[in-house]
Design a protein around this ligand. Structure first.
Ligand code: SF4
Length: 359
C-alpha cells in the first residue's frame, strides 16, 4: 500500500501482520494528514474480517423517560419534573410500540428520580412476554449503576433479575469519554466512572450478557483522551470478552452548545477508522447514521465500519440534542447507505445472527 505519510509505514506493517497497535500508533493516526491512508488501513482490517458484508437490524428505540436526576452538560435530552417537554411512558405504551417485524428493542433513558427498580423489571418482562421473539437490549452501565445508587440493587443482582425478565444484551452508552478531567468539566461526576462502567460490563459478560461500547467524541476532549478510551475498552475486552460492537458517537452541538460546531465528517471517518485499527478484539465497529448523517455513514463503510445500526423508528436522545437526521429510516434507506458504498447488506438480529443476506 502506498502511503503519502511515510511515518505510517511501520503502523501498516503491524496492521497487515495483525500486530496490536500501541497508544503512540493511535496518536500518529490521529495526527497524520494522510486521512485516506488511515482509512485504507482500517478498510483492510475490516475486509479481512467481514469482506464486503455490512450489517443492519430492524430495531425500535424506546426511551422510557427523559426525566433525569443528573445534568450532564453535553446532554440535550434530559428534563426535570415539570419542565416543558418532560415525559414518562407507561409500560403499556412501550409494549404497544413494538411491531411484529421488530427484531431488537433498544431501551435507554434518563435516571428517573422515583421509578423503582421493579418498574424496569416489569417493563422488560411485559415486553418480553408480549413479544418473545424480540431481543431486548436495555440499560446502559450508567443506568445499572444508578439502580445501585438509588435503590441499593447491586449490579450483579440487577442484571441477573433483568436477564430473568427477558434482557438479552446491553447497549454501550454512558461511557462518554473515560477521563476524570472531562467528567468534572462536563458535570458527569454523578455517574459511573470508567472503572465502574467497565466493572459493570465485566459483570454482564460473566452472566452471558453481550454488550456494546460507545465513545462520545467531537466536543472538548483531547485526542489522547480518545486514545485512552479505546485502550481501556480493549483492556476490558481482554479481561471479559463480551463486547460485540464499538459505537463512536459524534457529539451533536445544536442543543447544548458545548462547542460551536459539529465535528466535521473527516474527523468522524478518522475516529471510526482508528477504532477499527485499535480495537482488534472487537468483532464490529459501527457507523451510527443518526449522529453521522446518512452520507458520512455510507462513506464510513470504507473506513473500517461494518454496521450501520438499524431502522430505530423513534430515536430521541440524539434528536433532542439536535441531530438533524430523521428519527428513523426504512429498510430501503439502510440498503441505499450500504449499497452506495458498494457493500452487501446483511440483516442481523441483536446478537449478530444473520437473518438474511440481501444480495
Ligand atoms: S446524559 Fe444521561 S445521565 Fe446525563 S443528563 Fe442526559 S440522560 Fe441524564
Amino acid at each position: 500500500m502506498h502511503l503519502a505519510d511515510k511515518k505510517l509505514e511501520p503502523i501498516w506493517d503491524k496492521v497487515r501482520h495483525e500486530v496490536r497497535l500501541e497508544r503512540d500508533d493511535a496518536l500518529a493516526l490521529f495526527e497524520t494528514d494522510d486521512l485516506l491512508g488511515v482509512g485504507r488501513m482500517a478498510d483492510h482490517a475490516k475486509t479481512r474480517r467481514e469482506g464486503d458484508r455490512v450489517y443492519f437490524v430492524i430495531n425500535r428505540h424506546i426511551t422510557p423517560t427523559n426525566l433525569c436526576v443528573l445534568s450532564c452538560s453535553f446532554c440535550g435530552f434530559a428534563r426535570k419534573p415539570g419542565q416543558a417537554g418532560a415525559y414518562e411512558h407507561t409500560i403499556e405504551d412501550m409494549v404497544a410500540m413494538v411491531k411484529d417485524e421488530t427484531r431488537e428493542v433498544h431501551i435507554v433513558g434518563g435516571h428517573h428520580p422515583d421509578w423503582p427498580f421493579e418498574y424496569y423489571e416489569r417493563m422488560i418482562e411485559a415486553i418480553h412476554q408480549a413479544h418473545p421473539d424480540v431481543q431486548i437490549k436495555a440499560f446502559t452501565a450508567a443506568e445499572i449503576d444508578y439502580f445501585w445508587r438509588r435503590w441499593k440493587i447491586e449490579p450483579r443482582e440487577a442484571l441477573t433479575r433483568l436477564k430473568a425478565a427477558g434482557l438479552r444484551s446491553m447497549p454501550g452508552g454512558g461511557a462518554e469519554i473515560f477521563s476524570a478531567r472531562l467528567a468534572k468539566l462536563l458535570k458527569y461526576t454523578g455517574k459511573a466512572d470508567p472503572e465502574r462502567w467497565c466493572e459493570i460490563h465485566g459483570i454482564a459478560h460473566s452472566l452471558g450478557i453481550k454488550t456494546n461500547a460507545t465513545m462520545l467524541y467531537g466536543h472538548v476532549e483531547r485526542l489522547d483522551e480518545r486514545v485512552d478510551h479505546m485502550v481501556r475498552l480493549r483492556e476490558q475486552q481482554d479481561r471479559s470478552g463480551g463486547f460485540v460492537t464499538f459505537v463512536p458517537l459524534a457529539y451533536q452541538e445544536a442543543a447544548t452548545r458545548l462547542v460551536p460546531r459539529q465535528t466535521p465528517p473527516a474527523d468522524s471517518l478518522r475516529t471510526i477508522a482508528i477504532g477499527r485499527l485499535m480495537l482488534d478484539n472487537f468483532a464490529h465497529v459501527e457507523a451510527y447514521w443518526v449522529t453521522l448523517g446518512e452520507e458520512t455513514a455510507s462513506v464510513a463503510l470504507h473506513f473500517g465500519a461494518d454496521d450501520v445500526n438499524g431502522t430505530l423508528e423513534d430515536e430521541r436522545i440524539q434528536h433532542l440534542s439536535g441531530a438533524k437526521t430523521p428519527a428513523g429510516v426504512a429498510r430501503e434507506q439502510l440498503f441505499r447507505m450500504i449499497r452506495d458504498a458498494g457493500k452487501i447488506p446483511v440483516e442481523r438480529d441483536a446478537l449478530y445472527n444473520v437473518v438474511k443476506v440481501w444480495n
